[in-house]
Design a protein around this ligand. Structure first.
Ligand code: FES
Ligand code: FE2
Length: 432
């Protein structure tokens, strides 16, 4: 495995002096009080990716997202004009959850001509206007036009749908996503519509799973059994060195080599991977579609010939991984308490043209699942011991820069929000 030099001067981390290089506390991942602050400071204010436009193929297509961390459920719908809208999933009559199937806490999707509340039958059109009130004359001066669904700010970047739950948020999505997103514009995400999805309840703080996916150098150790044994020994011997690390505002990225797709030497990979020409790094042959050649300028920032993958951490909980062989992965981490979250992984390929391509994609998907299970187990082991508080500070190395940055960013949001709350209460007490 090749070694790559660090930037000429200093380390990756030292390019960002504000991060420091000292040991870090993980109190932010084991404190119920800190999680409560994150809910308001982060999840109720930042742009959150809730899905893709392909999930809303026609007028009336909708899906719901349970955003526990922000204490709400959201309906995302394509209206009669084709525009994507989002609403809080609450009926204006007496507050029933508007859209759900058998279990109120479960997400759902489908197609509606209108939304009808299960409780007393109030109805809303796809634009969110209230169109029917049961026994309307018995209400007191009720004007239906005052009772539309509560809107949520929604925007789309390259087919990814984001919502922002902060009333009066003034940061446009593209500005929030910053340079990394700008550098990906034009990538053919819209053609990668063959999707495999995983979802798991994980017994760890949400940030710990991002940590596990924001550095790759644990892979030769934790996932040693996934490689053929010779290869695994070699990888552990050399160690892993990323090609590039960068930060932009609250977001971060790591770029990595991709020697497995295709492998330089077929004995590097398992027999089934040799037969199918696929594995963790995806099918070895790139699909022949526009947009992959040349790649958008934000990919492979090191311009390295052995480039294999760029992994972007869009704060707070969305990761996008673009692979050299022409497919991408998404990760989402939805907190459900200070020490649990729902992890979602999605693999997106160009639709297969034949059974062989289908099998190649299936192999990539099941291989990914094996890796993710190994990561998930380790996280639960980490969370339980962090909670012992037997040790309170942990050293992070240079390739753990995105972790250092993620935790610093999350703490920064909490601190800034506390500052704002302080100002608000001062203003209120001054006014009263
Ligand atoms: S709560 Fe929805 S109609 Fe009464
Ligand atoms: Fe891993």
């Amino acid at each position: 495995m090749p070694h790559f030099a660090k930037p000429a001067e200093g380390s990756w981390t030292q390019h960002y002096p504000e991060l420091g290089t000292g040991p870090v506390s993980y109190e932010d991942s084991i404190s119920p009080e800190h999680y409560e602050l994150e809910r308001d400071a982060i999840f109720a204010r930042t742009w959150l990716n809730v899905g893709r436009v392909e999930q809303l193929p026609r007028a009336g297509s909708y899906f719901t997202r349970e955003i526990h961390a922000a204490r709400t459920s959201v309906i995302i719908v394509r209206d009669t004009q084709g525009q994507i809208r989002a609403f809080h999933n609450i009926c204006r009559h007496r507050g029933n959850k508007l859209v759900w199937q058998d279990y109120p806490g479960e997400e759902t999707s489908g197609t509606f001509r209108q939304f009808t509340c299960k409780y007393h039958g109030w109805r809303y059109n796809l634009e969110g206007a209230c169109t029917f009130v049961q026994q309307e004359p018995e209400f007191f001066d009720l004007d239906k036009s005052d009772y539309g669904l509560a809107p949520v700010q929604v925007d789309v970047w390259e087919g990814f749908i984001f919502v922002n739950l902060e009333a009066g948020n003034e940061t446009p999505l593209a500005e929030y996503l910053g340079d990394f997103a700008a550098g990906l514009v034009g990538y053919p995400f819209d053609q990668m519509t063959q999707v495999f999805k995983y979802r798991a309840n994980v017994g760890s703080n949400w940030k710990l799973f991002i940590d596990a996916f924001a550095e790759f150098y644990h892979a030769p150790v934790l996932h040693a059994k996934q490689s053929v044994s010779d290869e695994s020994r070699k990888l552990q011997g050399y160690g892993f060195e990323g090609l590039w690390y960068a930060l932009d505002g609250p977001h971060g990225m790591v770029s990595s080599w991709g020697g497995m797709s295709p492998p330089k030497d077929p004995s590097m990979v398992k027999p089934i991977e040799r037969v199918l020409h696929s594995g963790l790094f995806g099918p070895w042959e790139r699909p022949d579609i526009e947009g992959l050649d040349p790649l958008p300028p934000g990919l492979n920032p090191a311009r390295h010939p052995a480039w294999g993958i760029d992994s972007f951490v869009f704060f707070p909980n969305f990761m996008l991984l673009v692979w050299a062989p022409g497919w991408y992965l998404t990760y989402h981490y939805w907190p459900s308490s200070y020490n649990t979250h729902i992890f979602e992984g999605g693999l997106y390929f160009v639709p297969p043209k034949n059974a062989r391509q289908r099998l190649q994609q299936e192999l990539a998907a099941v291989t990914f699942k094996e890796y993710a299970l190994q990561d998930g187990n380790t996280l639960e082991a980490t969370q339980t011991m962090l909670e012992s508080r037997a040790v309170s500070e942990f050293p992070l190395n240079d390739q753990e820069i995105l972790l250092r940055h993620l935790h610093a960013t999350a703490r920064g949001y909490v601190a800034a929000h506390a500052g704002r709350d302080g100002e608000t209460s001062v203003r209120i007490s001054a006014a009263s």
